[in-house]
Ligand binder design. Structure first.
Ligand SMILES: [Zn+2]
Ligand SMILES: [Zn+2]
Length: 151
């Protein structure tokens, strides 16, 4: 039997190419056209910016010689980090130049690489997130009940 996590797909998905593309567009200073994403439902919208406090508290790290040796790149601008270069570390452990990451987090709250979400200052969105978790729990309970009755 497949594990719980396989079935419910709780692992972060593979890098979202569309999101990264957006991040690069931003990095290159082009105008972002987000109007197409501006639907009524958060499912269809780019989440709001990351909370300022959280962004301010993101740890700055020094790129280690081992990371530089491996050719670790900033996922936004694709430049390789140099040894001892300062990088901004997301909670998902991904490293970015702060000049690449900060404008992005000013637009939306998730890691451009893996979509790990940071808290936001938007009460409406935070409520939506809680709701989503509740809906998922509800679904799991229903699936569990269904499984208990029919197996
Ligand atoms: Zn960069
Ligand atoms: Zn990440």
């Amino acid at each position: 039997m497949a594990s719980y996590f396989d079935e419910h797909d709780c692992e972060p998905g593979p890098p979202g190419p569309a999101l990264l593309q957006l991040a690069r567009t931003l990095f290159q200073g082009q105008e972002l056209d987000l109007s197409s994403l501006d639907a009524a439902d958060w499912d269809q919208r780019l989440p709001p910016p990351a909370a300022r406090r959280v962004v301010r508290d993101l740890p700055a790290v020094c790129v280690t010689p081992a990371q530089a040796e491996k050719g670790l790149k900033c996922p936004v601008c694709l430049l390789e980090f140099e040894e001892d270069e300062r990088a901004q570390k997301m909670p998902c452990e991904h490293l970015f130049h702060s000049a690449c990451l900060l404008p992005w987090l000013g637009k939306t709250n998730s890691c451009p690489l893996c979509r790990h979400e940071l808290p936001t200052d938007n009460p409406e969105y935070e409520e939506y997130k809680k709701d989503k978790v509740r809906r998922q729990q509800q679904e799991h309970r229903l699936q569990y009940l269904h499984g208990a009755m029919y197996t």
